[in-house]
Write a protein that binds this ligand. Structure first.
Ligand code: FAD
Ligand code: MLT
Ligand code: ZN
Length: 477
């Protein structure tokens, strides 16, 4: 079969593998796959491949390898770093996992779910709930992002503080290697120390080492009780003090602890229809937190009230609203989750997805905000994000009235300004979104020497032709 296919022109051979529904070449069909959510990049591809199963992925990859065709794996295309967008060069295809969207197995006893790469995160969450379980990964793009993309970026999101990143939620993987070979690693073992843990190589590799086609995911007991609080806090130190207070009261209960700046929340009110103000007065900083428990009668409401009363007394909190219903909870979370959209609507914005040790978060926010205001007078720092795990989106919105293109031309100066401070504080320039295409030029400085050499050696060993997602993660050379 493969020999017959190899005699055909590449696109004809790919069509023979995938059938007419699995290969699209019409520019209108390709267009959404050739640009990114942020609108930073636009690329080219000969075709959009939409395989229906692992065998088809394997056959396509083998064929592309034979013809030296580059492959850009794509899930929900919500990458913040241009990771799923092809470059502008010939001889490449985008391979979408969207049709591989089956949940192959659920095991509430082993507490595992085996899901294909194209399962959208909200569907994975629902499937877990249908079996009385919880799949805890949660982030703003959960209605589009897919299991393969989430694992390939080692996504974090709102629940890392309690459940870890996507890597910690993965037990086994099925992967198609750059020569078309298949790693059948869908094991659901809690302990599996048999040689190199290959599965972990592909998590966070951003599609540069192979294509994840399915994964065994960890499940947890379903949530039976929860409390959501939206708190006004006077400064960044108070936000951190509040985190410590909740952690000390019941570390296991904190599901999410998110920080937002006052100007960021005001921008949400200004740009997002239906955003409701939960507190009487605007504040300079806010915290949104969730406490959850897997048993009823855990007393989370009482816990939240007593911790908040102590925090009010200590001046760490100036006002707070507790959600009284699921609708109120959703409304409070909306104020947090609409931050990316609000910042997009405000014109040019530059994202700095950085992390520092949790204890350094207040200093990082303060120093970066001051440095950014000095770098571009009138610019608006709007940091927000996952304070409980040290990952803040130290984002900068353009000055009002400035030409967005003029502002975006300073993107690298802005990132350098933030990164210099983050580096002094022992942090990372790439916390949860990955390196993608946006940050390859930072790799040499941050991961140069033996670390980058080892990454290049792994890439060369698995993908000697360099056909998997070229131009991403590793800098040229
Ligand atoms: P894509 O964007 O399609 O791809 C991402 C990368 O993975 C690319 O390099 C691609 O080539 C590769 N890839 C995709 N599928 C596969 C596969 N099956 N095998 C191999 N490689 C593959 N991220 C966070 O971590 N935390 C957040 O809180 C968060 N919030 C977000 C909020 C919004 C509004 C948006 C738009 C994005 C947010 N993101 C966040 C970023 C993004 O959602 C994540 O990076 C997510 O993991 C990407 O999943 P995806 O399916 O869209 O992957
Ligand atoms: C989020 O947490 O909402 C995104 O990761 C951050 C961003 O859009 O910068
Ligand atoms: Zn985030």
């Amino acid at each position: 079969m493969l020999d017959d296919l190899h005699a055909l022109a590449p696109l004809d051979a790919l069509r023979a593998i995938l059938g007419p529904a699995g290969l699209l070449t019409d520019p209108a069909d390709l267009a959404p796959a050739l640009s990114d959510w942020r609108g930073l990049y636009r690329g080219e591809a000969m075709a959009l491949l939409r395989p229906a199963d692992t065998a088809q992925v394997s056959a396509c990859v083998a064929l592309c390898a034979k013809h030296g065709i580059a492959i850009i794996p794509q899930g929900g295309n919500t990458s913040m770093v241009g990771g799923a967008t092809p470059e502008t060069r010939p001889n490449q295809v985008v391979l979408s996992l969207a049709r591989m969207n089956r949940i192959r197995e659920m095991d509430p006893l082993d507490m595992t779910m085996t899901a294909e790469a194209g399962v959208v995160l909200t569907r994975a969450q629902e499937a877990a709930a249908e079996h009385g379980c919880l799949f805890p990964l949660s982030l703003g793009a959960e209605g589009s992002a897919m299991i393969g993309g989430l694992l390939s970026t080692n996504a974090g999101g709102n629940t890392t503080v309690r459940y870890g990143n996507a890597r910690e939620l993965m037990l086994g993987l099925e992967v198609v290697l750059p020569d078309g070979g298949v790693v059948h690693g869908l094991r659901r073992l809690r302990k599996d120390n048999t040689g190199y843990a290959l599965r972990h190589l592909f998590v966070g590799a951003e599609g540069t080492l192979g294509i994840i086609t399915a994964a065994v995911l960890r499940l947890f007991p379903a949530v039976q009780e929860s409390v959501t609080a939206f708190c006004a806090v006077p400064d960044e130190d108070a936000a951190l003090a509040l985190f410590r207070r909740f952690r000390a009261a019941d570390e296991g209960a904190v599901r999410a602890f998110e920080y937002m700046s006052g100007p960021g929340v005001e921008l949400v009110f200004a740009t997002i229809e239906g955003a409701v103000r939960p507190l009487a007065e605007p504040a300079p900083h806010y915290v949104l937190l969730d406490l959850t428990a897997s048993r009823q009668g855990a007393g989370l409401r009482g816990l939240a009230e007593s911790v908040l009363a102590e925090a009010l007394e200590a001046g760490e909190v100036t006002d707070a609203a507790l959600a009284e219903s699921e609708a109120q909870r959703a409304a409070l979370w909306r104020l947090r989750e609409e931050h990316p959209e609000a910042q997009k609507r405000a014109g040019g914005n530059v994202k700095n997805d950085v992390s520092v040790p949790v204890s350094r978060v207040p200093e990082m926010i303060r120093r970066c905000s001051a440095a950014l205001r000095e770098l571009i007078p009138g610019s608006r720092p709007m940091p927000f994000g996952h304070m409980g795990d040290g990952n803040i989106h130290m984002n900068l919105v353009q000055p009002e009235g400035m030409d967005p293109a003029e502002f975006l031309a300073r993107a690298h100066d802005i990132m350098d300004c933030v990164n210099a401070i983050v580096r002094e504080l022992g942090g990372s320039f790439s916390a949860e979104h990955g390196v993608g295409r946006l940050k390859t030029d930072m790799m040499e400085e941050w991961r140069g020497g033996a670390e980058l050499a080892a990454m290049r050696a792994i890439k060369a060993a698995l993908d000697p032709q360099g056909i998997m997602n070229p131009g991403k993660v590793l800098p040229p050379g």
